[in-house]
Design a protein around this ligand. Structure first.
Ligand SMILES: [Zn+2]
Length: 131
């Protein structure tokens, strides 16, 4: 299927992550997580930056980070995504544990991460990976 969502949900992109990439707010951390994975796959750097916690990077560091993100997206194949655990979030905090299957230059760079999300002004954002 040509228009399958890059988050590997099995749904069409238009009925899955595209609305979030077009400004709709994800209502759960899982939706945000999936839409961020899809954004990495599509190289939507603006969306990745917009949906993560503000940090104290300087302007020049931000430009560098943006460039690194772009390179990372370009050199990585985003092959699969499984949600392992997604406990019901509170009003302002949530966790999503996932397995991302990815390749770089034929090397397997897959990983499992437990991501921590916060809801700020009604909008879910990615904060950090938990140990
Ligand atoms: Zn999706």
């Amino acid at each position: 299927m040509n228009n399958a969502c890059p988050c590997h949900s099995g749904k069409p992109y238009t009925a899955c992550c595209q609305p979030f990439h077009q400004n709709k707010r994800p209502s759960t951390p899982t939706q945000l997580m999936r839409s961020r994975y899809a954004a990495y796959s599509l190289g939507k750097i603006g969306y990745i930056l917009k949906t993560e916690a503000e940090n104290s990077r300087s302007q020049s560091d931000k430009a560098k980070y943006r460039k690194e993100l772009k390179q990372y997206c370009e050199m990585t194949s985003f092959i699969g995504l499984s949600i392992l655990e997604a406990p019901t979030p509170t009003e302002t905090q949530g966790f999503v544990k996932f397995h991302a299957v990815m390749h770089q230059n034929g090397r397997d760079v897959s990983f499992v991460e437990n991501s921590y999300f916060e809801r700020v002004n009604g909008r879910w954002i990615y904060v950090k990976a938990m140990a």
